[in-house]
Design a protein around this ligand. Structure first.
Ligand code: IPD
Ligand code: CA
Ligand code: CA
Length: 266
């Protein structure tokens, strides 16, 4: 295993311990509202501090982009992209679907990825060129070829409503053309589920880089495709993501594209 991936795994497990311990007493949680429908708890912050401390012990000069503390070390070739608790709204409610997401980019290209689900003790990991794994088993995207048979994950707009009408028209179309849509509530884990074939595809608008950095590498290393709304690779910048096995990816994109307006094309 690559030494960087090893540090990422340890950091994700450490954050998972902090999250699991706190989940035993969610009544005690102090919740702060960052903006409407955007929450942060002391658990998000404690998990992020623990992850960054572990990275700094081994890689003190690497760059870091973390949801709660922002960006440092931009001169480094490496950038760690961290969501210490993806699915905070679920966590606050005791709804057991959330994850720790850690991606590492090298010279702007995703090189290592970990998404850790502390509820199920499921650790998804990948290094570029070395495949994707769930715990110790190799994972691959699903073989399902028809959109009509596909189970598709998504995230509803819940904070920014600029594109809600477009979203709903896509939703209306896809709910009729697929075998089901799911909104589990932690984008990094949704992408990990595409990587291991539990979902055949996924789409969401307006995500942040820490939601998608790790999950996107899991999918490509598992034989799937990830793109923005133009089918290009700009999703870490635009935040708009379409993903799936190669066959489902292209059918998803074909279904979504006719609904897009000029402001929503990449
Ligand atoms: C959120 C989750 C959710 C997605 C949101 C994200 P957070 O992350 O991934 O599934 O729909 O767009 O912001 O705020 O819980 O880390
Ligand atoms: Ca997130
Ligand atoms: Ca988060």
């Amino acid at each position: 295993m690559h030494p960087i991936l090893n540090v990422a795994l340890k950091a994700a497990r450490r954050a998972g311990q902090i999250i699991n311990r706190a989940s035993l007493d969610i009544g005690q949680l102090k919740v702060n509202v960052k903006q409407q429908s955007d929450y942060v708890t002391e658990v998000d912050r404690a998990a992020e501090i623990a992850i960054i401390e572990m990275i700094r012990e081994t890689y003190p000069t690497h760059g870091i982009l973390a949801e709660e503390s922002g960006a440092t070390g931009s001169e480094s070739e490496y950038q760690w992209i961290i969501d210490p608790l993806d699915g905070t709204t679920n966590f606050i409610h005791g709804f057991p679907q959330y994850a720790v997401s850690i991606g590492v980019a090298h010279k702007g290209v995703m090189a290592h990825a970990v998404v850790y689900d502390p509820n199920r003790n499921e650790l998804f990991s990948a290094s570029k060129g070395a495949g994707a794994f769930l715990n110790d088993k190799r994972i691959r995207v699903s073989k399902r070829a028809k959109l009509a048979e596909a189970l598709i994950g998504t995230g509803f707009p819940y904070r920014v409503f600029d594109h809600v009408d477009t979203y709903i028209s896509i939703f209306r179309d896809l709910t009729q053309k697929t075998s089901g849509l799911r909104r589990p509530g932690a984008a990094s884990l949704d992408l990990a589920y595409v990587a291991c074939g539990r979902l055949d595809g996924f789409w969401e608008f307006g995500l942040s880089p820490w939601d998608t950095a790790a999950g996107s590498l899991l999918i490509t290393e598992a034989g799937g495709l990830v793109g923005d709304l133009a089918g290009e690779q700009n999703y870490l910048v635009t935040g708009n993501v379409v993903a799936g096995s190669p066959k489902i990816f292209s059918q998803l994109l074909q279904t979504i594209t006719p609904h897009l307006n000029a402001r929503l094309k990449a």
